[in-house]
Write a new protein. Sequence first.
Length: 249
Amino acid sequence: MTAGYDNIDVEEIKKRGIKFGNTPGVLNDGVADAAILLILAASRRYIEGRKAIEQSLWKFELNAQWLLAQDINGSTVGIVGLGGIGLAIAKRLKGFNVAKFVYTGHREKPEGKAFGAEFVSFDELLKISDFVIASVPLTKETDQMFNAEAFAKMKKTAIFVNISRGGVVNQPDLIAALKQNKIFAAGLDVMTPEPLPSDHELLKLPNCVVTPHIGCATEKTRNKMAELAANNILKALKGEPMLTPVVVT
Ligand SMILES: O=C(O)C(=O)CO
């Protein structure tokens, strides 16, 4: 019952002749909704605002610059990995009047073109995007692709959102970028390690919103994932091809 299977030893599964299916697709909407939560909370400085109220520091009448946020409307959104989840996020953001969508990955995609998103290099995406959204699977290629070098290329006002896997980020580099205000904020549903220790540095950053890997944790989504997993098992037991196979034996 998972879309990403970076935690599964696929080679060993193949060696042992085990049939293995995952549950992609059915979680796209749930995860995209969670991405919107992070995008809004990080760009509107939710953590700082909440803390300010708790600490009686609500002071907007004193300073018109206080808690100024970054706009989604008119922005450029960069999606790293325009799969089903990336596209579902882009579709939602269209309703926020984003000015331009760009994406990067292995190759230009017809669905990207149909959506009106421009295919660019990773470097170009980092340079021009106001929102950088990671929705790539964790592979050898994407491992820690968001590192100090990448954060240095991003705008100082950029918001980084990770809805894929903690491993695509070099976390100490992200923490440094957030502390030094090299980027504006981050929203993370995934991190390293999971579960995150309660005293972790990420939780102390005013410009970082963290959710506990709840991307697909909605009633509808989990039911759809369970149904797909069960149907895969039934198919496999009958000796038929799984609906969403990863390892076919
Ligand atoms: O199924 C997965 O891969 C997830 O991470 C859901 O959030």
